[in-house]
Design a protein around this ligand. Sequence first.
Ligand code: TRP
Length: 384
Amino acid sequence: MPEFEVTPWEVTGIVDYNKLIEEFGTTPLTEDLLEKTKELTKSELPLYFKRKFFFSHRDYDLVLKDYEEGRGFFLYTGRGPSGPMHIGHIIPFFATKWLQENFGVNLYIQITDDEKFLFKPKRGFEDTKRWAYENILDIIAVGFDPDKTFIFQDSEFTKIYEMAIPIAKKVTYSMAKAVFGFSDQSKIGMIFFPAIQAAPTFFEEKRSLIPAAIDQDPYWRIQRDFAESLGYYKAAALHSKFVPGLTGIGGKMSASKPETAVYLTDDPEEAGKKIWKYAFTGGRATAKEQRELGGEPDKCVVFKWLEIFFEPDDKALLERYQACKNGEILCGHCKRYLIEKVQNFLKEHQRKREEAKDLMEKFKYTGKLAREQWDKAIPEPLRR
Ligand code: TRP
């Protein structure tokens, strides 16, 4: 048994991110690239970059060069609507928003209701379409620019199919099998699907930058194999880690294990109770021991959540780390602190999510970028 495994449909074990970089053949996101980002955007970096929640990339250096030299780039990301979204799902969208705002670029968000129907034998198409609606509300609530953002659902924006055809003509079964592990039992829809997920990287004749969790990387590996033969750029990517579930630092937050996740639609009171009950801190058996030996913040999910998202203040975070190690604070203290932060976030998010209902039309059909895409012909290189 491998110690851990990361595929687009499953993450198991305790992920060693350095090993993953080697295994996937990606590149570490280094300080000089972050410095360059700061310089070009003339902004402070958000904590997702500063604290290395995004830790790896492909061709991000070339993206920055394209930007600097005036060729520009565009952003592409997505969501598979298989159920309610939790905190782990939404963090990469906040990072994407920062990139859109600070580079002033277009953003395409693919909602793969087709994928989530095809890949789970028992899931109905009506289900994934309903979740698409619910998830889009959460995504809009993040606050993207409606004139520079196009959110599309594969089952509606069927032009995606026409764009996927030339791609599907490039990818052999053996290539897809090697990357995704398809078998003779895999449904033919699953085997075609990677062409659909690759298509948005061709929406503009510029380099695409894809901020997403690293489990999506196999798709970009395939895209990078044939993109240039179709006259396009290889996709660039920024890879994030996974947000650990409440019950332990190892796994990721899992939509199928409710005790590990805080959903964006959870009642703030209930979310607080869930954190109080399930959050793993690795604290000592007794308060006395904790004061003597100190806590173990590196094993603590509460600390991780603060580090990844909920404590933007660097100094406060560091002080908490030290105080924990020195046994000056107990786990209950940190839990209460996190609970308050999470509850405030949820209240704010849920308010914006209500407002998102009125913005849905704009992001999907009538906003400037949405209109452009619905009206545009299939790009010239794909017609040849
Ligand atoms: N396959 C992704 C998922 O299961 C959805 C997706 C489609 C996506 N296009 C993307 C995710 C681009 C990240 C970037 O969630």
